[in-house]
Design a protein around this ligand. Structure first.
Ligand code: ZN
Length: 467
């Protein structure tokens, strides 16, 4: 059935403000044809009450880590200090036993949750390539295809980022616990990327990018080979990398490569607007300025960074330098972009002792923190994932999120303060309906397939946690 239709949205988010009401026309391919304050001539019109906003891009996810939530919050006798590195051990033990069907079941659950919170595209940073013994599956893309299948099952658009992973630290061989992630040769990895790229032909909801795990896990010659190889496949492929998440990583990089990790990348990897630097938590003033000038997107994952004790990114300075950034849910402790933005803003308030740090008075789109954070993350997320979304304007995919004005979170709020109420305070999720490519996938807060997806996830969790 064609997704074509005309919608009268009570309050419609626009790059320059709001249309109240706004008429949104969707074409037969699921793209926005027109947006206007008057209805197009002829045809029926569907009325949508509430605030209509663009959907969010979630630029960094490891879907399987959703299943780990709540399983690493206990003091350990073996590790006197519980840190990112002890959490990583728990994650490695867990990932060692996940089979393809379980991998898909977890991803379908977390993708459903994302949709229900107004996210319609995910950047999946995918490194679990091989079977539990570390051998490639008969179809080398088995696990990648499971993520694509989970996205299809839920209606989420995906920018799949297969990860190149080759070492267990700078200059060190991979550990046994990393065997499911490793490609010894860049060429084998590039074959995987080329195969997946063929899969995405003619599919606007599936973008194939590439990820370099980190400077810890990718030797410098491997990094150069993968970037060159990817540029041969497609010149504009999004490239993502974890960088400077932990102080120990900065120290190791300084000792081995003679530069801090962000500095090394900026000086050696031709970082530009098609790069996304995930975390970039530990960056000095010069790195901050040069990263902004490079045009790259910084992928901030505030809830995960807080959970892991990573540190706080210098967002005020970076924003001041004109830097681009977006939001990722990373280990999926939460799948709410609103909650991620809240943690981000409150972290900045705590370190600076000030409020509303990113706002600019005098313009309705920049003077409110909720709207300001939402719009900035929208722009960065769209650039990072290379998906045709990020604004409710003609030629973008018709990805629309309706916020319910009758939700306790939004009662008493219109467009002027609605995003402030949602992002900075609300505890009840006000996302009522979510459209992807002109089709409703969430209606009245429910996903069409959620009963089946929850049942499969329940079975998977029972098996994995019991093991
Ligand atoms: Zn990550």
């Amino acid at each position: 059935m064609s997704p074509a239709g005309v919608y009268r949205v009570e309050h419609l988010h626009q790059p320059s403000g709001w249309l109240s009401p706004g008429y949104l026309e969707v074409d037969a391919d699921g793209y926005i044809a027109t947006v206007d304050q008057d209805p197009p001539h002829g045809g029926s019109v569907t009325h949508l009450a509430g605030l209509g906003v663009p959907s969010a891009s979630n630029l960094h996810s490891h879907a399987f880590q959703r299943a780990l939530v709540g399983l690493s919050e206990c003091a350990s006798i073996a590790d006197a200090e519980d840190t990112f590195w002890t959490w990583r051990k728990v994650m490695y033990d867990f990932v060692a036993r996940i089979d393809p069907a379980q991998y898909q079941a977890i991803a379908a659950m977390v993708y459903t949750d994302m949709l229900k919170h107004g996210i319609t595209a995910v950047g999946e940073f995918h490194y679990v390539h091989h079977d539990t013994s570390g051998c490639p599956y008969a179809d080398r893309a088995e696990m990648s295809k499971r993520l694509v299948a989970a996205a299809e099952q839920t209606g989420l658009a995906i920018t799949l980022l297969p990860v190149f992973y080759a070492s267990g630290g700078i200059g060190r061989p991979p550990q046994e616990s990393q065997k499911r992630f490793v490609h010894a040769e860049p060429d084998r990895f590039l074959e995987l990327v080329a195969g997946l790229s063929a899969l995405s032909d003619g599919r606007p909801d599936l973008v194939i990018g590439v990820a370099l795990h980190s400077l810890r896990a990718v030797p410098t010659d491997g990094l150069a080979a993968v970037v060159a190889g990817v540029r041969d496949i497609a010149s504009d492929t999004p490239i993502h990398i974890h960088v400077a998440e932990q102080p120990r990583e900065v120290e190791e990089c300084l000792a081995s490569l003679g530069a801090r990790p962000i500095r090394w990348l900026l000086d050696n990897a031709n970082v530009g607007a098609d790069w996304t630097l995930i975390h970039a938590t530990h960056c000095d003033e010069n790195e901050c300025r040069d990263m902004a000038a490079s045009g790259a997107v910084v992928g901030l994952c505030p809830a995960t960074e807080a959970s892991l004790g990573d540190g706080i990114f210098p967002l005020v300075a970076y924003q001041g330098a004109g830097g681009h950034w977006g939001i990722g849910t990373d280990s999926n402790y939460t799948t709410s972009v609103a909650e991620e933005l809240r943690v981000l803003e409150y972290g900045q308030r705590l370190i600076h002792g000030r409020r509303n740090l990113l706002t600019a008075p005098g313009d309705e789109t920049t003077e409110h923190t909720g709207r300001r954070l939402f719009d900035l993350a929208l722009a960065g997320g769209t650039r990072s994932l290379a998906q045709p979304m990020g604004a409710l304007t003609p030629s973008k995919r018709a990805d629309l999120v309706m916020l319910d004005s009758e939700s306790p979170t939004l009662l008493g709020h219109g467009p002027r303060t609605g995003l402030d109420a949602w992002i900075l305070g609300g505890t009840v999720n006000p996302v009522r309906d979510v459209m992807v490519g002109g089709r409703w996938v969430v209606r009245d807060g429910r996903h069409d397939s959620e009963d089946i997806i929850i049942a499969a996830y329940k079975e998977t969790m029972a098996d994995l946690v019991a093991a």
